[in-house]
Design a protein around this ligand. Sequence first.
Ligand code: SF4
Ligand code: SF4
Length: 191
Amino acid sequence: MSSGTHHHEVDNSLAGKVRHNTQVHAQRCYQCGKCSAGCPLSADMDYPPSLVLRMLQTGDPVLEDKILRSYTIWVCLSCEMCIQRCPMEVDIPVMMDYLRQESIRQKKVNPKAKNIVSFHKSFLDSIKYTGRLFEFGLVVDYKMRSWKMFQDITLMPGMISRGKLHFIPERIKGIKNISNIFTKVSKEDKK
Ligand code: SF4
Ligand code: SF4
């Protein structure tokens, strides 16, 4: 039987939606584990990236629900270490981005990810309120700095294991500071 289908069946599985919206084929993954081994944040995830792929492959709605409620999808920083190592070129960062959107859409956001989500919200609200691009610059600057910090960390071989994972609290603290700046800016505008 050919794997291609000529009648347009709708694949309602989460893997099907991922494939339809991002062209990432979870079924290509053969579970070599290189992505999880190389992911600098997998120790902080509830499911490492290769397990997310395995869960997607099953098409089991219970496991799909667990993915959308996972902390993993919010911990992923889109650093692309995984795809650099993947023999099948499974674009995990793009997949994670889609899973975050779907998690919000289905109201399944992990409670531990609240800070990250409220950051996105306050950013969007702030843009809506002021209609200026000033805040946008702040966010770009923030993202650049976290990326730089991330690179500095990964370039230090001795810190590749547990120690460097202080990065995540730092990141969340940074998010709070930015949110505070947003609040201040909004208040000052009202004066
Ligand atoms: S992109 Fe996400 S899943 Fe891939 S290595 Fe980076 S943090 Fe891990
Ligand atoms: S590296 Fe690629 S093939 Fe290997 S487990 Fe990860 S996604 Fe699957």
